[in-house]
Design a protein around this ligand. Structure first.
Ligand code: F6R
Length: 247
């Protein structure tokens, strides 16, 4: 279902509170909490709030294991544009997560190792009992992770070619589209859909038309986010602007 908030700040606090509750519930049971995480502008305030809860002494991440959705390819971890850098800057450097519990697809794997690397990524998630929670943004192409239009519902983690629109949207971060990598490693659609709980975030008028297609349109690989319509435990959280074209 959809939840529409006045603004992204209020919404992000609600999302962070749900994640914090889940982590604590798992702690009470002595279990690990397996989180799927996203980068980009959409989740930044959620991470800020999680960091705030931690700094306040209200939340520990000692039982948390994370898997990020994606990474550009090729990409050095130290590069300021890497998702590795983003996640450390916005979350991991400020919390008490065990570094060994952090998984971000590596943009430095050799071409020869890539296939097996992606298979292993999905296998690790599976061996931990699957993702308890997956946080998603949505691209203007309808991508989730970097599953661009055409991504199969059964796709696993793999290397993909980025859509031109996605590269254009990233151009300002990279000082021009010519510097945006042409490829990325992404968790697959099926990897994402196996998560027990999914929250997708969408803020701002730029997301309004893709949100309409995702929520009210046909379920189709042309809009990979539309596959979420069939997931039993997904909430699309948006602000008024992103929801403005919904009927
Ligand atoms: C990021 C990711 C992408 C973004 C999407 C929206 O890890 O998987 O799907 O969530 O491109 O990006 P923002 O939030 O910057 O609008």
């Amino acid at each position: 279902h959809n939840e529409i908030f006045e603004d992204s700040y209020e919404a992000s606090k609600v999302v962070a509170a749900e994640i914090a509750d889940l982590i604590r519930q798992k702690q009470d049971k002595g279990e690990a909490c397996v989180l799927g995480l996203a980068t980009g502008s959409s989740p930044i305030k959620v991470y800020e709030e999680l960091v705030r809860l931690h700094k306040n002494g209200e939340l520990s991440f000692h039982n948390v294991i994370t898997f990020n959705l994606d990474e550009y390819y090729p990409m050095d971890a130290e590069n300021r544009q890497s998702y590795y850098y983003f996640m450390h800057q916005h979350l991991f450097d400020h919390i008490d997560i065990n570094p060994e519990n952090i998984h971000i697809p590596s943009g430095q794997v050799s071409q020869e190792e890539l296939n097996q690397y992606c298979i292993d990524y999905d296998m690790k998630i599976k061996q931990l009992g699957g993702l308890d929670f997956q946080l998603l943004g949505i691209g203007r192409t309808g991508h989730i992770g970097f599953n661009e239009p055409g991504s199969h519902i059964n796709s696993g983690t793999r290397i993909i070619t980025l859509d031109h629109i996605t590269r254009r949207d990233a151009a300002s971060d990279f000082n021009g589209i010519e510097n945006v990598p042409k490829k990325a490693i992404t968790m697959g659609v099926s990897t994402i859909l196996k998560s027990k709980r999914i929250i997708m975030l969408a803020w701002g008028h730029k997301k309004a038309s893709i949100i309409k297609e995702t929520v009210e349109g046909q379920i189709t690989a042309t809009i990979p986010a539309s596959f979420l319509q069939n997931h039993p435990n997904t909430t699309m959280i948006m602000d008024q602007e992103a929801a403005s074209e919904l009927s």
